[in-house]
Design a binder for this molecule. Structure first.
Ligand code: SF4
Ligand code: SF4
Length: 463
């Protein structure tokens, strides 16, 4: 039943006491909405006063919570709620969370593929990336003036595996041709390195050639100066009901994910799903995904080179008398030491079920990162310079398998599945499994499919 026009509302206590009290004017309601919005972003009751109230004392915490007699601006929220900044928790973020809503998945998903053999020039990779990207029908998801996030890894300082700016440029140019506004985007890292904060991260990106002149788009780091700005996304996960993604992700209208396929100690291999999951989460989100890792240091393999302490965020690894020391009590399980050790001296001593849990968690974060785009996303995987370790590793990162080619799809699950299947066929073996026998990278793919992020069924279209 509809409410009568002059019926008192719970937000109007004065009228509740005396129904003859006149309703606030349209203008004062408008001010209320405007003030409420500002309060919602953290300016509190003071913002409302700034909008024109002539009797600020009427808003003192001890004053009767009623519309202000001077200007009819409505009552402020309780002072305690207005000023106390509560730390983000899964529960509090869930209240204002973006929610995952399923979108239609095409099964089987078309995956476009171009075979490129070892030793081909960069110009060929760029030309073929351009051709495959256009096959994805980008005009159907990129509209004029859309802000389009182009997510790729810029490579840690000294790393050689990242996708080169000349290739990225082709995608950027096509987005601009369609009237979109591309930005090259990334998030800061959990570990201590050359991309831990926005200042260092941007300089690393520029050093690697991701300048406006070279790629034709500005670079944006999406999670604040130190990886701290996040938004909860409600997801129907096995491990998480809320995942923390970099806030700015949610302000883009389109997403393109360019991924370098390579080995990874914790997930077997990295492709589009890992790029979404780790690459678009906040620092807290990255930590939440890594929480099942427990390092074991093999004293026989450790050369005490001193690399891993440099990367260990809480300083659990350190050198004393040129010998590596490990303080298990402060370790946060970020897994970075495993990634950076070139001698295989660090392993995950967590049981297999926990290694699988890490990959399932990654799939859930990939779902959260993609949820906002509702299928308005395009994925390109380059299987070239297939290194043993991920692009986060600094310095020496040897290639483990020959080049295969490029895969492109509108489905992140299908593009990773096809990249893995076809590469195994070309190589005649699974080098990821050989290198990381305790890790089955397909766990991520299968869990992502189960969650509704995409399908493992695909039709391969050779271009
Ligand atoms: S990086 Fe590896 S070899 Fe070097 S100190 Fe750490 S565990 Fe030892
Ligand atoms: S020792 Fe622990 S905290 Fe340090 S890098 Fe390794 S996993 Fe991360």
């Amino acid at each position: 039943m509809g409410k009568k026009k002059d019926e008192a509302t719970p937000t109007d206590p004065k009228r509740a006491q005396d129904p003859t009290t006149p309703e606030p004017s349209v203008e004062s309601r408008r001010r209320f909405l405007k003030g409420g919005l500002l309060w919602g972003v953290g300016l509190g009751a003071g913002a409302k006063l700034a909008l024109g109230c002539t009797q600020p004392e009427a808003h003192a915490p001890e004053a009767t919570p009623s519309p202000c007699p001077a200007c009819e601006c409505p009552p402020p929220p309780p002072a305690a709620e207005a000023v106390v900044a509560k730390p983000a928790t899964a529960e509090s973020s869930a209240l204002r969370a973006v929610r995952f809503n399923p979108w239609p998945i095409t099964t089987p998903a078309p995956v476009y593929y171009t075979r490129i053999t070892e030793g081909q020039p960069l110009s060929l990779w760029a030309e073929k990336t351009d051709a495959l990207f256009k096959r994805l029908d980008p005009q159907s998801v990129i509209a004029k003036n859309d802000l389009v996030a182009v997510k790729q890894h810029f490579g840690e300082a000294g790393n050689e595996g990242y996708i080169r700016p000349e290739i990225t440029r082709k995608v950027i140019d096509e987005i601009k041709r369609l009237g979109g506004k591309p930005m090259l985007v990334e998030t800061n890292t959990l570990y201590a390195g050359s991309r831990t904060n926005t200042h260092d991260h941007l300089l690393t990106a520029y050093d690697h050639g991701f300048t406006l002149e070279k790629v034709g788009a500005p670079v944006a780091i999406l999670d604040g100066l130190a990886g701290q700005i996040q938004q909860g996304v409600a997801i129907p996960g096995k491990h998480f009901s809320v995942a923390f993604v970099a806030s700015d992700v949610l302000f883009y209208q389109g997403l393109v994910v360019l991924s370098h396929v390579k080995g990874h100690g914790l997930s077997g291999f990295g492709g589009a799903l890992k790029n979404l999951a780790m690459g678009l989460s906040s620092r807290a989100g990255k930590l939440a995904q890594h929480s099942d890792f427990t390092p074991f240091i093999d004293g026989e393999k450790c050369t005490h080179c001193g690399d891993c302490p440099v990367w260990c965020p809480p300083g659990s690894l350190h050198m004393r008398n040129e010998r590596l020391q490990f303080d298990e009590t402060t370790c946060i399980g970020c897994g970075q030491c495993l990634t950076v050790c070139r001698y295989g001296a660090i392993q995950n001593q967590s049981p297999r079920t926990e290694a699988n849990a890490f990959m399932e968690k990654m799939a859930e974060y990939a779902l959260a990162a993609a949820a906002h785009f509702q299928g308005k996303a395009l994925y390109v995987n380059l299987v070239n310079h297939v290194s043993k370790r991920c692009d986060c590793a600094r310095g020496d990162n040897p290639v483990m398998a020959p080049d295969v080619g490029i895969f492109a799809s509108r489905d992140p699950v299908a593009v990773d599945q096809a990249s893995l299947d076809i590469s195994r066929t070309v190589w005649g073996k699974d080098p990821f499994h050989q290198l990381y026998p305790g890790v089955d990278g397909e766990v991520t793919i299968q869990h992502a499919a189960k969650l509704g992020l995409g399908t493992t069924q695909y039709t391969l279209i050779e271009v």
